[in-house]
Every structure is written in C-alpha cells, then in structure tokens.
Design a protein around this ligand. Structure first.
Ligand code: GRF
Length: 226
C-alpha cells in the first residue's frame, strides 16, 4: 500500500528510528486486512534505520528527517509535522522512535499520537526497561500501547500484554519474549482506534462496546507443577 491508494481507511504516519519490526507487523496486518488502515508515510530520524528499508520493500512512501540537522527540537518537530500533514496523516504511530515528543507535535496531533513501550506501564518508563524489570526482580513484564502526552511514557493506556520473567532470563531474552507480544498488540490497538472502538475518558480508555471480561489470573512461579 502507498499514499496514492484511494481509501477511507485511517491514514497512519509511522515514526521509527531502528529495526522497525513493529512497523513490519503493522505492514503485515494492513496487507492481510486484519488492520483496516493505510500507512501513508514512514519517517525516520536515522538515515541508517532498517525501518526505511522495510518501508521501501513494501512500496510505502518514506523519508528520513535527521534530527542532527536541526539546532532546536522544535524545528525538527515542525519539519516532521509538516511532512505528516502533507501526507494527510490522521494517527501518528511511534514504533521505536527514539526522540522525545514536544509541544509542537502534541498540538498538531492532539490525542492522535500513540507509542508502544516494552514494559507494563506505569512500571519501568524510559530506557533499558527489560534490564530494569530483571534488576527489580519482577515476575511479569510485558508491553503497553499508550497515547502520548507531555510526559515520558505517561499517557493513557490503550492495551497491554503480559509475559513471564524467568529466573535465568537475560535482558535480550526478555526483550525477545516481549517483542513477540508487541507485534500482536500494536496492530490490534490501531485497529480498535481505526474502528472507533475506543473512548478516552481522562486516563481511562474504554472499549465500546465493552469486551467480555477475560476470567484468568497468571501466576509465576506457577501455583503447582512441583
Ligand atoms: C520496541 O521494543 C518498542 O517497544 C520500543 O522500541 C523497540 C522498537 O523495536 N519502543 P522495533 O524497531 O519495532 O523492532
């Protein structure tokens, strides 16, 4: 799909700084139509980002806006916002985008910027969070899709997935286990937004109509199996 595709689908602008595996998951779900959205544009701040190659491979409009070419964050943000607006982007999807989001951005897309974070917020915001979860001794971690506000990983939570932390995990082991779930919940959360299924009430994001409750509790270590 590319920006020339005529459609009434939600127009996504995806911002990525690195590998872009979440971008790939979103591309794949758009292609199999489980995500009713169109990726209008992919932007990276990093000319080396593999995400740009993934976009090229998929025939998606893409560009690099290198933050190092701007003295002020605001000027960088203005350039990114202009590109997104030019492409008629309706929802900005941060997928491993390693720049903080400032007021210029937030005002241009109020409540229309989302992020995925590889921990169960509000635990472990910021960077290196898989190592932080291990160091803390957490028995579960996971990932969180949330709206972006002016804080660091503080916006209203849209969707989460939980994974166990094992005694002999390295940060890379845990990151890999979490990433598998990221690839499931990010496209799903975007689909819920695209379908108008989410109602934002302050900090709480509700599904309308509500989903049936999942009657399950997780235990780690398990309750039995000795
Ligand atoms: C993911 O773990 C995401 O949660 C975090 O950055 C990583 C990006 O991975 N924000 P990728 O570039 O999508 O592979």
């Amino acid at each position: 799909m590319n920006s020339a595709t005529p459609s009434l689908k939600l127009q996504l602008g995806i911002l990525a700084s690195g590998s872009g595996s979440n971008l790939q998951a979103i591309i794949d779900r758009c292609n199999d139509s489980s995500l009713q959205a169109n990726i209008a544009l992919v932007i990276s701040n990093n000319p080396e980002a593999f995400a740009l190659q993934r976009a090229a491979q998929a025939g998606i409009s893409h560009c690099c806006i290198d933050h190092r070419q701007f003295e002020q964050r605001d000027d960088f943000e203005r350039a990114v916002v202009a590109k997104l607006q030019e492409s008629k982007v309706e929802l900005v999807v941060l997928a491993g985008f390693m720049r903080l989001i400032g007021d210029t951005f937030l005002h241009a897309f109020p409540q229309r910027i989302i992020n995925i974070h590889p921990a169960l917020l509000p635990a472990f915001p910021g960077l290196h969070v898989q190592q932080k979860a291990l160091d803390y001794g957490a028995k579960f971690s996971g990932c969180t899709v949330h709206l972006v506000d002016s804080g660091v990983d503080t916006g209203p939570i849209i969707m989460q997935a939980v994974v166990p932390v094992y005694d002999d995990d390295s940060a890379d082991d845990l990151a890999a286990r979490i990433l598998v779930e990221e690839h499931k919940i990010y496209p799903r959360a975007i689909q819920l937004l695209a379908a108008g299924r989410l109602k934002i009430e302050g900090r709480r994001v509700r599904s309308v109509p509500a989903f049936p409750p999942t009657p399950v509790a997780l235990h780690n270590p398990p309750l039995q199996n000795d």
